[in-house]
Design a protein around this ligand. Sequence first.
Ligand code: NDP
Length: 480
Amino acid sequence: MTSLFEYAPAPESRSIVDIRPSYGLFVDGEFTDGTGTPLKTVNPATEEVLSEVATGSEDDVDRAVRAARRAFVKTWGPMRPADRGKYLFRIARLLQERAREFAVLETLDNGKPIRESRDVDVPLAAAHFFYHAGWADKLEHAGLGPAPRPLGVAGQVIPWNFPLLMLAWKVAPALATGNTVVLKPAETTPLTALLFAEVCQQADLPPGVVNIVTGAGETGRAVISHPDVDKVAFTGSTEVGRSIARTVAGTEKRLTLELGGKAANIVFDDAPIDQAVEGIVRGIFFNQGHVCCAGSRLLVQESVHDDVVAALQRRIGTLRVGDPMDKNTDMGAINSHSQLARIRELTAFGETEGATCWQPDGDLPDRGFWFKPTVFTDVSPAHRIARDEVFGPVLSVMTFRTPDEAVAKANNTTYGLSAGIWSEKGSRILKVTDQLRAGVVWANTFNELDPTSPFGGYKQSGYGREGGRQGLAAYLRSDS
Ligand code: NDP
């Protein structure tokens, strides 16, 4: 798309990454063949096939769980907690050393701008390992009981929107608390998890502590339903989360679910508009809107609605959408053809239901999966674009007159993962925050994530917390 300012192209080189033509599963410290039909993973910005990746069958998953159990019983479980911490520190440092390789690979496989994978995903993933490394030998001081013990083998299934970061959210706390792991990455973004497997080898992590089993939904189902898995951690859609909850019900397995969201970003009339506009853009267009805590519902106080929408449209006109490998790009490609189809379907509903659709001028690349940043005004709370998680760069704008109406509209959702408030008045921020049914509330900022801060939702956004001291509890038994 054309933008206000023209920049010379600033492409990141992909030569730092050596993508193999095919990858196996990572089981018991080694890459091995999978017995399912291999999958191809593509670059969503170009539709180029990047590699062929093995699919784990039920038998492969069983092999991985048995390796994880052996490691739990023989090496990782009995290891001194301070030594476990050393391994985590080593992994964190290797992620930093190989940061550029991870960032380039993440951008190629996922479609997100290199600026985001380089400045957000990879540094935050390393930060999660550093943070949890510090906890490894201090768990008895975490306020979770006098002698907390690990659960055993964790089965973890993650989505495609933050492939390496979601892996870090899952693997770091599991290992720090003495558990071993079988992790299934998303079908469309397996490559950074497989590079992470190489990091595990480089760190001399004992075999079986981390196992990575690639594949589609069936492989995920085999992981979460394996009888020797003690804990299930899932991030993804509410629909799949619900089916996992049904599978796990009645077993001894512990479960945490981090599911969808439809966050309200509330702008009061005293908010500094230019600052709020930056936060609105970051809230919904960061990572192409493929963010569970995205601020996809903008609630604007009626008196400033026109000013905010005009400023927002001006700002969106300057966003650069295109080659994710270009360091000037603000918005990259949609992760898959099926996600693009879902975004198109939901935005079409927006128009037929009577909302007004606005998109900036300009063309999108011919190949690959692309969607323009989109703003819907004249949205009513009953419209599907105000209720359903689009999981794309689509913002629905609604208005309110009083703080009570803002709270009522913000809470009028089946989700409850996050929210944002923009106001100069501290007392108003505190009062409204208290009334919002959302796991995270940001004030005068949005989409700030930190390993020290617990993250998780209310209602259909799931249960359990990840990150912070609270996130450790999900991986520990404190009944002794
Ligand atoms: P899914 O929930 O299907 O995928 C998440 C992960 O679960 C993937 O690894 C997936 O494998 C795996 N999986 C799929 N089915 C099962 C199953 N029955 N048992 C165990 N694991 C399973 O999300 P989608 O990728 O299909 O996205 C659909 C919608 O979900 C999006 O449009 C978005 O609205 C929402 N979503 C929300 C996310 C969030 O963070 N809140 C993240 C991703 C999606 P595979 O990749 O092979 O399908």
